[in-house]
Design a protein around this ligand. Structure first.
Ligand SMILES: [Zn+2]
Length: 230
């Protein structure tokens, strides 16, 4: 079932080691088939070197395994919350990529210091709070997803396809699984550059708002003009 989606999700997962986004088995990518409401996700703890398209697990939006012999990623309940709350996304990814995770561990949102960031991520990348002990005990991964989707009730999840969870790491999403991984790689690069900018100049200030607006809107929205006409 949904062999094409499993292949797409497999290929998106394999982009993580290719782009040095994961160590060992850390990290997972999923994708959704909106028609059936089924989510394809990496199995838990399977090394990327041996991962196969047929290993990708299918779950429904209640988190029940619908197809697959392996257990889904332990982060699956977070992914499911994203798909329920963000109707326009087709893929989601979680990694512990080191620069983005460093900001998360430091408990800091990532300011927009330049146009690389502004091209993809509109404004500072938010760092959300740690879950309470009760929330962790009641359902750690699901409540992580709920914390994130609650935040985006008042924020634009399309303009900010990335978030940091304090003391943990980044979660990203996109129109497709590949697009979600693309955003995760952009986030990692921006996190690295922001940390270096602060190292070089501890008094560095965010890029002027009009510059941020220019770079974001020329790539996104109704008046975008970056790239080639489709
Ligand atoms: Zn994690």
């Amino acid at each position: 079932m949904l062999e094409q989606l499993k292949q797409i999700v497999y290929e998106a997962n394999m982009l993580l080691p290719k782009h040095h986004m994961v160590t060992f088995t850390w990290g997972n990518v999923s994708g959704i088939d909106r028609e059936s409401g089924l989510v394809a996700i990496k199995p838990s703890g399977v090394p990327y070197e041996t991962l196969r398209p047929e290993d990708i697990v299918l779950v429904d939006l209640e988190g029940n395994v619908v197809e697959g012999d392996l257990n889904p990623s332990t982060d699956m309940p977070s992914h499911v919350e994203f798909y329920k709350a963000f109707p326009k996304i087709g893929g989601a990814v979680h990694t512990h990529s080191p620069w983005a995770t460093s900001w998360a561990q430091a408990g800091r949102s990532i300011p927009c210091y330049g146009t690389t960031h502004a091209d993809y991520l509109y404004g500072e990348v938010p760092c959300l709070r740690v879950l309470t002990a009760e929330e962790i005990d009641a359902g750690y991964e699901k409540n992580t997803g709920i914390l994130i989707t609650e935040y985006f009730k008042d924020h634009d999840y399309e303009a900010m396809p990335a978030v940091l969870c304090k003391n943990h790491g980044p979660f990203c999403w996109g129109k497709t699984p590949e697009d979600a991984v693309h955003n995760a790689i952009v986030l990692e690069e921006c996190a690295k550059m922001a940390a270096r900018a602060e190292l070089i100049n501890p008094k560095v200030a965010p890029a002027p708002q009009h510059l941020q607006d220019k770079h974001y809107t020329r790539k996104h929205g109704p008046n975008a003009y970056y790239g080639q006409r489709k």
